[in-house]
Design a protein around this ligand. Structure first.
Ligand SMILES: Nc1ncnc2c1ncn2[C@@H]1O[C@H](COP(=O)(O)OP(=O)(O)OP(=O)(O)O)[C@@H](O)[C@H]1O
Ligand SMILES: [Mg+2]
Length: 293
């Protein structure tokens, strides 16, 4: 009698084990799906394949995700609108101070007005950077375009507007470009290149050089290289954070440029790397895009 009882008990254990693991499979699939999501993906979790018992949990989770997405969206809109609203009065203020400075006045008053002008220019720069960041963020109210862009043409059309600033610092600003096609938003990619060139000019000493490069291999590569002060290895991740500046950085930047660049890189499924040029001095920012279909 013991042998059949043992066999029945063993069969019961196997059946229960098989039943439970089979019953839990949809839960493990759900867990794998949630774990594989990117932090930026707030779309609802599909309910159809889940067992009835957990559908209510998924429905509550989806409600929470919807609320979170709406709240992030609201904050982004607020930021974009606030930055946009600030730009007009700041531009007006800047013009008025510039007009005032054309008149005769005491040296003391001129000094004060020059400081007001510098502060206004800085505030306008921050408002512009905040607006660019709001535009580059995922889920921004501005829909991202997916156009075929030849980086070579874009660089050629942008670089002219930087030559004057580079020549004031006696920096040799040049480019090495060959046809390189990506799919993306021309406004955002223009913003990305402008921020990289702005940094290269700001953080490179007089008589330095800057090279903007693009080429196509397995993917598409955009590089901005300078022989300036360089970014220490320990700071290379931190400089991508918002409002982070390396201690003692010259100029009056606000620490948003590379955060904007990083956001645009993400939106285009690209990768950013901060390296040192082959001669061991300066900074080389390398961005690798997927090739346009
Ligand atoms: N080409 C570069 N060479 C040396 N240091 C750089 C370079 N680019 C960026 N950095 C460093 O990284 C920091 C962050 O750069 P980021 O562009 O984000 O901010 P910023 O230039 O200070 O301000 P913003 O661009 O918003 O006006 C800078 O403060 C600077 O110290
Ligand atoms: Mg910058």
């Amino acid at each position: 009698m013991i042998a059949p009882a043992l066999i029945i008990a063993l069969a019961a254990v196997i059946l229960v084990w098989f039943g439970i693991s089979r019953g839990l499979t949809p839960l493990s699939e759900l867990q794998a799906e949630i774990a594989a999501r990117s932090l930026l993906d707030l779309s609802p979790v599909p309910e159809e394949h889940a067992p009835i018992e957990v559908r209510l949990v998924i429905a509550s989770l989806n409600n929470l995700l919807r609320g979170l997405a709406a709240s992030i969206d609201g904050q982004q809109r607020f930021l974009a609108n606030a930055a946009h609203q600030l730009r007009t009065p700041l531009a007006g203020l800047q013009t008025q101070v510039e007009i005032a400075l054309r008149n005769d006045m005491s040296t003391e008053l001129r000094g004060v007005l020059e400081q007001v002008l510098a502060a206004t220019q800085r505030a306008a720069h921050i408002a512009n950077q905040l607006l660019a960041l709001a535009r580059a963020e995922p889920g921004s109210q501005y829909l991202m375009a997916h156009q075929n862009i030849n980086l070579a043409d874009l660089i050629e059309s942008i670089i002219g507007s930087w030559l004057h600033r580079a020549s004031v610092k006696k920096i040799d600003l040049g480019f090495e470009i060959s046809a390189a096609h990506i799919s993306g938003d021309p406004f955002l990619i223009g913003e990305l290149i402008a921020n990289l060139i702005d940094n290269a000019i700001r953080y490179t000493h007089s008589n330095g050089y800057i090279t903007v490069r693009c080429y196509q291999d397995g993917g598409v590569v955009l590089e901005v290289e300078d022989n300036g002060m360089g970014i220490p290895e320990s700071q290379r991740e931190k400089v991508l954070e918002r409002f982070y500046r390396v201690d003692g950085s010259p100029g009056n930047g606000c620490g948003l440029g590379l955060a904007i660049v990083q956001e645009i890189v993400r939106q285009h499924g690209a990768e950013l790397m901060i390296a040192t040029p082959d001669n061991g001095m300066g900074t080389r920012i390398v961005i690798r895009f997927p090739r346009a279909a």
